[in-house]
Design a binder for this molecule. Structure first.
Ligand code: NAP
Length: 299
């Protein structure tokens, strides 16, 4: 039996929770309880190998959530909107963890929240995958759970998938189609958030009751394109796509993404200085691209 305080980590087999679980294990200050629906999947086994206790848990199952949080000091909670595309389900999952944390008397919840854009804009703009997290955050505060909410910038990793530069049809160049105009967009490598969150768990007196925005740096689309061009040796340009043109691209949930960019254009606060203080090794976009050059060269 460990004498260390236990932190349960939801999403431990994924990007955010995986980074958090690894950093907590490295810091050796807490015992890590990695929560997953499938305890035999490879990512769970790796965490076990690194010293985590791996337990079965499902955010849709009250008794499993209770078991996952039993005797824990704290919890890192991330909910995955993109698995079900339902604000209601995301809110339900978050509120369940809030209620159980309250009942069991957890001392520190770190929740991966975001802004309730609908409330902030008086109903003018809805971004479901933000709004649900914002509602959960408000619920945590309202029932008095000791909690820190983190508002993450867009992952740099999005440039390896959804935001990959696209080959232009009329020449030997590539474009980034992100409707931000000349407004800087905050970004961070999700792999770097674990160290930040580990520091937040170490400093409850500084962070309990706060929402903190996290970002490695904010660049304009042209600046993102310039970094990519320089490191990959390809001509990558800002497509200068407008929100209206972006909305006509017609991919699934384009409206949700367009509204997210509308909100990003309102420059939600992400604290670059704090992020660097909590993780001095947080990567710049340039370092991120250099480390992922091979994957990006495949564009
Ligand atoms: P991910 O890598 O896809 O991992 C999802 C994790 O969630 C997995 O570990 C999965 O665990 C767990 N999970 C899903 N449903 C669960 C359930 N019912 N019960 C227990 N665990 C469950 O996702 P991620 O990138 O870490 O986080 C996704 C969230 O990040 C989204 O809500 C998104 O809005 C938010 N976000 C994304 C960005 C971005 O730029 N992409 C920026 C800020 C915030 P098992 O499968 O092992 O059970």
């Amino acid at each position: 039996m460990t004498s260390k305080k236990i932190i349960a980590v939801f999403g431990a087999t994924g990007s955010q929770g995986g980074s958090v679980a690894r950093s907590l294990l490295e810091s050796k200050k807490f015992a890590v309880r990695a929560v997953t629906r499938n305890v035999t999947q490879p990512n769970a086994l790796v965490l076990q190998e690194l010293g985590a206790e791996v337990v079965k848990g499902d955010l849709n199952d009250k008794s499993l959530v209770e078991a996952a949080l039993k005797d824990a000091y704290g919890v890192f909670l991330v909910t995955n909107y993109w698995e079900h595309h339902s604000k209601e389900e995301e809110v339900c999952q978050g509120k369940l963890v809030a209620d159980v944390s309250k009942r069991l008397g957890l001392k520190h919840v770190v929740f991966s929240g975001l802004e309730n854009v609908k409330r902030l804009t008086g109903g003018k703009l809805a971004v479901d995958h933000f709004d649900g997290k914002g509602e959960v955050e408000e619920y945590f505060w309202s029932i008095g759970v000791p909690m820190t909410s983190i508002h993450l910038a867009a992952y740099f990793e999005n440039f390896l998938t959804l935001w990959k530069p696209k080959k232009a049809s009329d020449g030997d160049y590539y474009t980034l189609a992100l409707p931000m105009g000349d407004i800087p967009l905050d970004g961070i490598s999700v792999a770097d958030i674990g160290a930040v969150i580990s520091r937040i768990f170490d400093s409850p007196e500084e962070f309990l009751g706060k929402a903190v925005g996290l970002s490695a740096e904010a660049l304009t689309v042209q600046q993102y394109a310039d970094v990519l061009s320089k490191i990959l040796g390809k001509d990558i340009q800002d497509a200068k796509v407008t929100l209206e043109a972006y909305e006509k691209l017609g991919f699934p949930e384009v409206e949700e993404m367009a509204n997210m960019f509308r909100f990003y254009q309102m420059k939600p606060f992400r604290d670059v200085k704090l992020t660097h203080r909590l993780n001095p090794e947080v990567k710049s976009f340039s370092q991120f691209v250099s480390e992922n050059k091979e994957a990006l060269m495949g564009i």
